[in-house]
Design a binder for this molecule. Structure first.
Ligand code: NAD
Ligand code: LMR
Length: 339
């Protein structure tokens, strides 16, 4: 491809300076936790991230010092757990990833985390609305079906809400779905793509097997597969036995978020699944819904339709709607009653 070594060197130099011009600051709130640490590592390894800001109520600077020795180009800074530290971590950020909060223990539902995590997410959202109102905010903290509406309400109350820039991270459901279907079919998971829509808890997680490579999976096999995808989180919670929930697989899933950087840097047509402010079922009172979303410089540029579903999946969707509505309203009411 390159006639001479010099031509190759010149190409490399230009490629480098082009990426250096496109700076991208990513802030991680909850960076010292089970998800936060591996997620921070994966961000440090991503060439699209030029500046990494790590914030936690404990341990942020330590994680940052550790990561800062890795010989990739980005800078890493850990911030003190003070209002000023949080503000400085957020200032200038294009992407804010929020895995701050408590994880489930055996026997708990994600909704059981609401009492603790709602106020954590509300307060971090307030700081983000003040310091980086135009950033893409990616919420990992559970219960996602409620914490995302909480962020929306906080941004609305401060007059800076842009529905295109708020995302609930549901990618782990998609990652699990492709892994679990490959186990059923004995295939390479890298070649499996399963659209998962709805929300991120139990029956609100709706995998569309009919749209996958294997619409022939039916009957008991399908029911078991769907149940495993819907309740996959329980496997991690049980196995960890009190020491948290999925963290490494979550970090892997969350690390797809630099696709938001690439879209911010002008790359078009990136499609990621996400729980967003969605027009799809607003007429049925569902203001947020996870589906495939086309990303671009303005965030969620287009919410893609769910497409054709089977009668079995229609029933799954109906069951999801009831829970979703309640979960979303709970988040909205929380901010109204606890501004
Ligand atoms: P963890 O307890 O290991 O880590 C949470 C971190 O958040 C801790 O380091 C803690 O100090 C920090 N934190 C708490 N309050 C904070 C605040 N006000 N500001 C900044 N940092 C704060 O928990 P984890 O395993 O990393 O899970 C974190 C959250 O992610 C949980 O709510 C869990 O349910 C959720 N989760 C979501 C998904 C998903 O698919 N969306 C997947 C797995 C876990
Ligand atoms: C998951 O799906 O693994 C997370 O939401 C964590 C949990 O509590 O299940």
């Amino acid at each position: 491809m390159f006639a001479t070594r010099q031509a190759f060197n010149l190409f490399q130099k230009r490629a480098f300076s082009a990426s250096a011009r496109q700076s991208s600051k990513v802030a991680i709130l909850g960076a010292a936790g089970g998800i936060g640490q591996p997620l921070s590592l994966l961000m440090k390894l991503n060439p699209r991230v030029t500046e990494l800001a790590l914030y936690d109520i404990r341990g942020g600077p330590g994680v940052a010092a550790d990561l800062s020795h890795i010989n990739t180009n980005s800078t890493v800074t850990g911030y003190q757990p003070t209002p000023e530290g949080l503000r400085d971590a957020l200032k200038g950020s294009e992407i804010v990833l929020i895995p701050a909060g408590v994880p489930r223990k055996r026997g708990m539902t994600r909704d059981d985390l609401f009492n603790t995590n709602a106020s954590i997410v509300r307060d971090l959202a307030k700081a983000a609305a003040d310091a980086c109102p135009n950033a893409n905010i990616l919420v990992i903290s559970n219960p996602v079906n409620s914490t995302v509406p909480i962020v929306a309400e906080v941004f609305k109350s401060k007059g800076v809400y842009n529905p295109k820039r708020l995302f609930g991270v549901t990618t782990l459901d998609v990652v699990r779905a492709s892994r679990f279907i490959s186990e059923v079919k004995n295939t390479d998971p890298a070649n499996e793509e399963v659209t998962v829509v709805g929300g991120h808890s139990g029956v609100t997680i709706v995998p569309l097997i009919s749209q996958s490579n294997h619409p022939d999976i039916e009957g008991e096999t399908r029911d078991k597969l769907v149940n495993r995808i819907q309740f996959g989180g329980d496997e991690g919670v049980k196995a960890k036995d009190g020491a948290g929930s999925a963290a490494l697989s979550m970090a892997f899933a969350g690390a797809r978020s630099p696709s938001l950087c690439s879209s911010g840097q002008g790359v078009k047509g990136v499609v990621e699944p996400s729980f967003v402010d969605s027009p799809l079922y607003k007429d049925q009172g569902i203001d947020f819904f996870a589906s495939r979303v086309e990303l671009g410089p303005n965030g969620a540029e287009k919410v893609l339709p769910v497409g054709k579903v089977s009668p079995y999946e229609e029933k799954l969707l109906e069951a999801a709607f009831a829970d979703l509505k309640k979960n979303i309203q709970k988040g909205i009411d929380f901010v109204k009653n606890n501004p």
